[in-house]
Write a protein that binds this ligand. Structure first.
Ligand code: GDD
Length: 321
């Protein structure tokens, strides 16, 4: 029987990569969206490869009817507030969408009695306050934002439904993962876009926060592949998905501007308005478990990732001329 894959947040970076990955492997792909009329254009050939269905994440009853109608074999949840800059704004909405909506989905799956496999896009933000580095599946979860607290609520419920009700459900603790499809609120896209604009003579400077902030940045296409492996595995298990290598925002600038033969020091200004509280310890993932148990490997290095983003930005910029 071929897979029927249901993806929430399908128009976002991760949802679109996973939709491409699963559609290319013969799955019927259903993508949910809150408002069909307002759904952004899907990248590449996706608009013809997937079926879109309207669904408000807080409507559990409607999710049950979607399960009945499409009978998905796998559900991937990417629908969430994801912007790092706004992790504590509107805390009730963040808890509802990043936490409570996941519980509604799990419970609807449980009530349906169908053998649906569920994978949650969790986050390294659940480790932000631990003070232990690198972080693995065994690291205590200590949030430093409402966003992290909501993800932990979802992760704990997933574990509970797995252990108490036997659901095949798991969380992927995704460390930062980027691509040309990244939104502009994220530092990688912000830097790459500014570098291309500066090279073209349309912008003079870029203001950033803490240049010493370090992140474990990987390629989103690699990370959704890890999640697909998790739902193919014999048993449901939570995994850290990361490269294991941290780079600073300054390294990112150096690579992005360097790819355009520019020296970032000539263009970058530091603005305290973009500073965030520093983490208790560097955010770097130890992904040994997913490597050993599922044979996952990231295929794209940090340098290749930044170059890929710069190339895509240059192409988009030329196309818009
Ligand atoms: N956005 C932004 N803008 N970040 C900046 C800037 C700036 O001008 N200057 C420095 N930074 C630093 C931030 O302080 C942070 O340390 C790092 O760049 C990355 O910030 P983001 O790209 O905004 O991502 P994030 O780490 O906050 O959140 C992302 O990764 C999480 C996984 O760890 C998001 O994808 C989250 O949804 C995800 O859970």
């Amino acid at each position: 029987m071929s897979d029927v894959v249901l993806i929430t947040g399908v128009s976002g970076q991760d949802g679109s990569y996973l939709a491409e990955y699963t559609a290319a492997r013969g799955a019927r792909v259903i993508g949910t969206t809150r408002d069909l009329g307002a759904t952004p254009r899907l990248p590449g050939t996706l608009s013809t490869a997937i079926e879109l269905v309207e669904w408000d994440l807080m409507d559990k009853h409607h999710f049950s009817t979607i399960l009945d109608r499409y009978r998905p074999t796998k559900v991937y949840n990417f629908a969430a507030f994801s912007s790092g800059e706004h992790m504590d704004l509107n805390p009730e909405a963040v808890i509802e969408i990043n936490g409570l909506a996941v519980i509604k989905m799990l419970d609807a799956i449980k009530l349906s009695g169908a053998p649906v496999r569920f994978c949650q896009a969790s986050s390294s933000e659940v480790f932000a306050g631990t003070g232990i580095s690198p972080q693995s599946e065994a690291t205590p979860r200590v949030p430093r934002s409402v966003y992290g607290a909501a993800k932990i609520l979802a992760d704990n419920t997933i574990k509970l439904y797995r252990e108490k009700y036997g659901l095949f459900c798991c969380s992927a603790f995704l460390f930062n993962h980027e691509s040309p499809r990244r939104g502009e609120g994220f530092v990688t896209k912000k830097v790459v876009r500014a570098a291309v604009q500066i090279k073209a003579g349309r912008q003079k400077k870029i203001s950033l926060g803490n240049l010493s902030a370090a992140r474990d940045w990987g390629f989103a296409g690699d990370y959704v592949r890890a999640m697909a492996l998790m739902l193919k595995a014999a048993v449901p298990t939570d995994y850290v998905v990361a490269t294991g290598v941290a780079h600073t925002v300054a390294n990112l600038c150096e690579r992005a501007f360097g790819a355009l033969s520019l020296n970032y020091r000539d263009y970058v200004e530091v603005n305290p308005a973009f500073f965030r509280p520093t983490e208790a310890a560097p955010i770097v993932g130890d992904a040994s478990r997913v490597r050993q148990e599922l044979g996952w490997e990231p295929t794209t290095s940090f340098v290749e990732l930044v170059e890929m983003m710069v190339d895509a930005e240059l192409r988009a910029d030329r196309a818009s001329d």
